[in-house]
Design a protein around this ligand. Structure first.
Ligand SMILES: *[C@@H]1O[C@H](CO)[C@@H](O)[C@H](O)[C@H]1NC(C)=O
Ligand SMILES: *[C@@H]1O[C@H](CO)[C@@H](O)[C@H](O)[C@H]1NC(C)=O
Ligand SMILES: *[C@@H]1O[C@H](CO)[C@@H](O)[C@H](O)[C@H]1NC(C)=O
Length: 479
């Protein structure tokens, strides 16, 4: 009798410890597809496999992408764009249909390992002025019922990725959700908690640095700082820890200090702004990975790293809105064509390049050196309205290539997008095709890829892009 009781207690204790202790963080990636030159989803899935990346977060439920992920075993978070929240909040049958078309269909033998559904993407972002706010909770409850009907509620968890602008404070221990969000956060987090779902947060020290010239640069990285934040007994040496603990304090305040946390997006861009370059991105991501894999945790949650961390992002996306800044198209750890931008070890060896990428021939379109270019302005504008010219701007890798260089860069971007159609290098005789790579220094003149099924022409201008907008004051830094 006593021994049975004892062993029951042992088993119970073991379970408790198992839940608390066996937290092995996984490093995943965000795979966005707002690209100009698209790699085929199969090439991207091979890239994930070659790099032993076992978790991927998507922003929608693109059937081509999900088909390519079938049988891969890769754990997937599919996403529901904010624009769909309204209908999913008001119609149970729309939720049923979404789940059957975008989840159930793939949850078969040899199908896709869908583990999470992200309901909205940063729906409480300050810049949305609350337009999605009232839809999130009703959409969650409808979708949860749809999952339950399909017997998927145990396997697939609903989450709501939030930007770190949902909470604020000058010191981590004082963290609190924005007053207008407190009520809804209580509702949502209680829902997450009762369904054993994590809280998903996107944290961007780069944006803190970019948006605030007083932000100490070394505090954004993980190498130690001359400006630590002293918060009672706790000392913070980097923005990530400070931000994470600000969230924990905010969660504690509403009674959920123990909910597991997943970092939905975190990363550093490599171009398009002064602080965005290869060495900074490498330094940040390397520090982040070491930090997470060391299981060190933070002062308010020592020894327990986030459940999972999804780097932002896998590939550069040349068609994203530049509203947040020119850096927005340059977040990839790989360039648009799947080439590692810098050496980085995600825990399984250094990054490996994509294989079997089919490039167009080695040809470029440049400004004709024999022509007077005074009438080029409209051509330049047109070319850059289709192609990505963000690297030409201040802080970009091609900012110093001169006026003629600018024109060549724009012409080439357009020509590659048009699959090197010779007529698209005419520009009234101002353009000329060359077989010599015009790249100068770090400024790379790209050659397009051909293995996308879609023409590189979709501009997605109407799509609201994730990871938006600088969050002022998420961490009003106190020096
Ligand atoms: C499934 O997801 C795709 C991609 O996000 C979307 O276009 C489609 O409308 C969804 N299906 C339903 C029934 O909502
Ligand atoms: C790269 O960015 C970091 C800050 O993010 C900056 O300190 C450094 O000077 C930059 N390096 C170059 C070569 O521009
Ligand atoms: C090249 O283009 C960029 C972006 O339009 C501009 O800021 C820069 O001044 C241009 N350079 C020259 C030399 O015209």
């Amino acid at each position: 009798m006593t021994s049975t009781l004892f062993s029951m207690i042992t088993v119970l204790l073991f379970c408790v410890f198992a839940v608390v202790e066996v937290v092995e963080s996984g490093i995943g990636v965000n795979w966005g597809t707002v690209a100009l030159h698209k790699l085929s989803p199969e090439t991207v899935v091979d890239l994930l496999k070659d790099n032993k990346i076992e978790k991927v977060k998507l922003f929608d439920a693109d059937p081509d992408v999900l088909k390519a992920l079938m049988g891969s075993g890769i754990e997937v978070m599919v996403g529901i764009p904010n624009e769909m929240l309204s209908v999913l909040s008001s119609s149970a049958s729309a939720a049923d249909l979404w789940v059957s078309q975008n989840v159930s269909r793939y949850m078969v033998k040899g199908g896709v390992n869908i583990k999470y559904v992200a309901v909205g993407n940063e729906p409480f972002l300050t810049s949305y002025s609350g337009q999605y706010q009232s839809y999130v909770f009703p959409a969650l409850t409808n979708l949860q019922q749809s999952l339950a009907k399909g017997n998927l509620a145990g396997m697939v968890k609903l989450v709501v990725p939030c930007n770190a602008d949902a909470y604020e404070s000058s010191l981590p221990s004082q963290g609190a959700f924005r007053p207008e969000l407190t009520q809804i956060m209580m509702q949502i987090i209680s829902f997450l908690s009762s369904n054993v779902s994590p809280f998903v947060v996107n944290i961007y020290p780069f944006l803190s640095l970019y948006g605030n010239s007083d932000f100490p640069q070394d505090y954004a990285f993980f190498e130690g700082t001359t400006h630590p934040v002293v918060d009672g007994p706790n000392v913070y040496y980097n923005a990530y820890d400070g931000n994470f603990d600000t969230l924990l304090a905010a969660l504690s305040k509403i009674g959920y200090g123990h909910i597991p946390i997943v970092i939905g997006e975190i990363g550093w861009p490599t171009d398009g702004a002064l602080g965005a370059n290869l060495s900074a991105a490498r330094l940040f991501n390397k520090g982040l990975v070491n930090r997470v894999l060391s299981n060190k945790g933070t002062p308010l949650r020592p020894g327990v790293p986030p459940m999972d961390v999804y780097l932002f992002s896998l590939l550069d996306e040349g068609a994203k809105s530049v509203l947040p800044g020119n850096f927005e198209r340059h977040w990839g750890i790989f360039s648009f064509d799947g080439q590692a931008k810098y050496s980085l070890n995600l825990g399984n060896g250094l990054l490996k390049n994509a294989k079997d990428v089919h490039y167009l021939p080695s040809r470029w379109c440049v400004a004709n050196p024999t022509r007077d270019l005074s009438a080029v302005a409209n051509h330049f504008k047109l070319a850059c309205s289709f192609a990505d010219c963000t690297t030409l701007n201040y802080g970009g890798s091609c900012n110093g290539i001169g006026e003629k260089g600018n024109i060549s860069y724009a012409f080439n971007g357009y020509y590659q997008l048009q699959k090197q159609n010779p007529r698209t290098c005419e520009f009234d005789g101002l353009g000329i095709v060359t077989f010599r790579d015009p790249s100068v220094g770090d400024c790379r003149f790209l050659v397009g890829v051909t293995d996308g099924k879609s023409s590189g022409f979709r501009l997605n201008s109407g799509r609201i892009v994730s990871s938006l907008i600088i969050f002022w004051g998420i961490f009003t830094f106190v020096v």
